[in-house]
Design a protein around this ligand. Structure first.
Ligand code: SF4
Ligand code: SF4
Ligand code: SF4
Length: 349
């Protein structure tokens, strides 16, 4: 079907909302609480528009498209309402964009820019504050939280860890972990889904703080090296340095989700303790060896064990970080060449 948004004819599909139709047609409507993965929340009221033959302003995130619908997101009334909400959010929180890690990649900042808001316009005495640095990998800054609920929906419905909620009331409304614990003392598993969904700088990867602005970073898509699930992720690189890791939202199998290892466990690649050659233990101490020397030693010892005790005296444990094809070859080697079914995989740890 066809609808008109701001005078532009848009092709839409039944079941879409006006906001989804606008995005699919490259039309920006400021919106803070909707995310494809967490769905319609109808909370922030920033995405309002005038719609012909409908009374009052409509939230486009939960308005289904109808053939011939005429939507105006830039009428005087719609813009005034959008500006008021964004201004209130800016005025009641601690939004110091220059110092904020989210600068350049913040949906509230984008909305303010689009609406021409240069400074918070309302003098508000009791601005929100509240840092929680208690967890290993995530900094919580409640002063920047706009109570959009995306992290709550993500934690409960997407990764189903059921840690987060919105607690308290009115201006006191805040995200809470479990029964209002510090994040580091809660049942949070530090998967970081909430960080990925947060539209502002309220949830930030600690390791990324001060490491680089969003416009300085190059995004490189790759596969998580930790396990056979093969989650798709982006390395956000500043030169040779990883600043942060995010999941690829439109990529199977993880659709943006990552576990704590994939999202935060990347430092090991810079460790000087990494082994760069095989080691052989002689007289109680390791010495470096060539691959040929190490493999010949292993083959010699396997043959000796098989000759003395039979093939079932040996077991093969494949590495969880190896690719599926390598694990397949490992079990083939043990079953067909060595002659044992003792094969396993260390991912069960
Ligand atoms: S969260 Fe966004 S609007 Fe708030 S300070 Fe950070 S960049 Fe600015
Ligand atoms: S890190 Fe994961 S488990 Fe912890 S609050 Fe965020 S989404 Fe929930
Ligand atoms: S922490 Fe972020 S995602 Fe969660 S409610 Fe606040 S602004 Fe929204």
């Amino acid at each position: 079907m066809k609808i008109t948004i701001n005078g532009i004819t848009c092709e839409t599909a039944a079941g879409q909302t006006v906001l989804q139709a606008a995005r699919a047609n490259g039309i920006y409507i400021p919106s803070l609480c909707y995310h494809d993965k967490t769905g319609v929340a109808g909370k922030c009221r920033v995405c309002v528009a005038d719609v012909e033959e409908m009374r009052g302003l409509q939230a486009t995130c939960n308005l289904p498209v109808k053939e011939g619908m005429k939507v105006n997101t830039r009428s005087e009334k719609a813009l005034e309402a959008q500006r008021l909400v964004v201004d209130l959010l800016l005025s009641t929180g601690s939004h110091d964009c220059i110092a904020c890690e989210k600068n350049g990649n913040c949906e509230l900042q984008d909305a303010a820019y689009y609406l021409g808001i240069e400074h918070p316009g309302i003098q508000y005495a009791d601005v929100k504050t509240g840092l929680d640095e208690s967890s290993a990998f995530i900094r919580v800054d409640r002063g920047k939280c706009i109570s959009c609920g995306r992290c709550v929906a993500g934690c409960n419905n997407v990764v189903v860890n059921e840690v987060l909620d919105l607690g308290w009331r009115g201006h006191e409304t805040s995200i809470v972990f479990d029964t209002d614990s510090l994040m580091g003392e809660s049942s949070c598993v530090q998967c970081g889904e909430c960080v990925q969904l947060c539209p502002v700088g309220a949830l930030i990867e600690k390791k990324a703080i001060g490491q680089g602005r969003s416009w300085e970073l190059e995004k490189i898509r790759t596969t998580c090296p930790y396990c056979g699930v093969g989650c798709q992720l982006y390395l956000h690189m500043k030169g040779e340095q990883i600043v942060r890791v995010t999941g690829v939202e439109d990529g199977a199998p993880n659709k943006g989700r990552l576990c704590v290892k994939g999202r935060f466990g990347y430092d090991f690649i810079y460790s000087t303790d990494r082994l760069t050659s095989p080691l052989i233990k002689e007289n109680g101490a390791f010495r470096e060896a060539t691959w040929d020397e190490a493999l010949n030693l292993v083959a010699k010892k396997f043959k000796k064990i098989i000759a003395e005790s039979g093939p079932d005296a040996i077991a093969g444990v494949s590495c969880a970080r190896s690719i599926n094809e390598d694990s397949y070859q490992m079990q083939k080697l043990f079953r067909a060449v060595i002659g044992t079914n003792n094969v396993d995989h260390c991912a069960r740890t």
